[in-house]
Design a protein around this ligand. Structure first.
Ligand code: PLP
Length: 351
């Protein structure tokens, strides 16, 4: 395994040993339930509070605006279902707002949730991207209707690496008075996450995409955004998400997010140099290889390279690469000739 050239950090990243070290005590001696009032429990509570404050500093928000979840899939579900039911059908009699605007390039966590809401009576507009994989702000504006309750547009795409014009889209959201959600999973670690600068009302993250643990994430929800909480249970997360907190995971998420934010510029520069080197080598040795997604580097994640190599199926290529010890990923089933290599440093960052 040690010799593996891991080019699939968009799928997941290895756990940063410092993050693991921060988490370990909460698996062992600090095992208290954060809802317990004795000291052992309160140690866990304090760790959660600390992690929440740390995440809030990175996002530029109030700690109370963060809900810890089991990952971005849950965060996306909560954002869409929560706002749809919170705003959309809050008043069935008079003010039904049963329409959502999203894009055709969202992760399944958004797309399948939107489809499930359609089966429950909502309508959804799926805005298509241009040939570079970029969503046009005008197309979002054109899709918004008086009965739109939510706009959901990802920050950067997990396959093409295309960075979306979120700040422009936030202008539409403000002008039309419609909350804006972004799935920022792939942007985390490479792009700024300040929610006010982005102009978003809800933002999803998953820790394992930036050297944190799997199974933990967060949803930022701007104060005042109506949200129908989906996970009923105990009063955890101020009643917004029931269930005993994943304390080690939350500690890991907070630690990883602060570290990722701290080295963001150096990391992005490092990844962009690796990406460009790989691209130069690929295009020099396979002249008919084609770049997918934006060619303008400012519109593309620094850690993403997505190419089509004519004459070979993505799966065949990936299996051959695997034999050579290279782990990369292909595009979705609808573009079988797409082979994507997502580049990040294979181990703990050292730049
Ligand atoms: N959104 C995007 C853009 C992703 O790339 C992923 C994971 O690949 C998710 C959401 C879901 O994250 P998780 O599987 O951690 O819940």
């Amino acid at each position: 395994m040690d010799d593996t050239i891991y080019l699939d950090h968009a799928a997941t990243t290895p756990l940063d040993p410092e993050v693991l070290a921060a988490m370990l005590p909460y698996f062992t001696e600090r095992y208290g339930n954060p809802s317990s009032i004795y000291q052992l429990g309160q140690e866990s509570r304090a760790a959660i509070d600390q992690a929440r404050s740390a995440c809030a500093r990175v996002l530029g928000c109030d700690p109370g605006e963060i809900i810890f979840t089991s990952g971005a899939t849950e965060s996306d579900n909560l954002a869409l279902r929560g706002v749809a039911w919170g705003v959309g059908l809050a008043d069935r009699e008079s003010a039904a707002k049963p329409h959502i605007v999203t894009t055709a390039i969202e992760h399944h966590a958004v797309l399948h949730t939107a489809q499930s809401l359609e089966r429950q009576g909502f309508t959804v507009s799926y805005v298509a991207p241009d040939s570079r994989g970029v969503i046009d702000t005008g197309a979002i504006a054109a899709a918004v209707r008086p009965e739109t309750c939510l706009i959901s547009v990802m920050y950067a795409n997990n396959e093409s690496g295309a960075i979306q014009p979120l700040q422009e889209i936030a202008g539409v959201s403000r002008e039309r008075g419609v909350p804006l959600h972004t799935d920022a999973v792939q942007a985390a670690g490479s792009l700024p996450l300040d929610v006010d600068a982005l102009g978003v009302d809800l933002l999803s993250l998953s820790a394992h995409k930036f050297y944190g643990p799997k199974g933990i994430g967060l949803l930022y929800v701007r104060r005042g955004t109506p949200l129908d909480f989906q996970q009923k249970g105990g009063g955890q997360e101020q009643g917004r998400r029931g269930g005993t907190e994943n304390v080690p995971g939350i500690v890991g998420l907070g630690t990883a997010l602060v570290r990722a934010d701290g080295w963001r510029d150096a990391y992005a520069g490092h990844c962009a140099r690796l990406r460009d080197r790989l691209a130069d080598g690929l295009f020099a040795s396979i002249p008919d290889a084609r770049l997918n997604g934006p060619s303008d580097p400012s519109l593309r994640l620094p850690n993403n390279l997505n190419v089509t190599i004519p004459g070979i199926q993505g799966e065949t290529l990936l299996l051959s690469l695997d034999v050579l010890g290279v782990a990369a990923s292909a595009g979705s089933a609808c573009s079988p000739d797409l082979a994507g290599a997502i580049i990040r440093s294979p181990t703990t960052p050292t730049w």
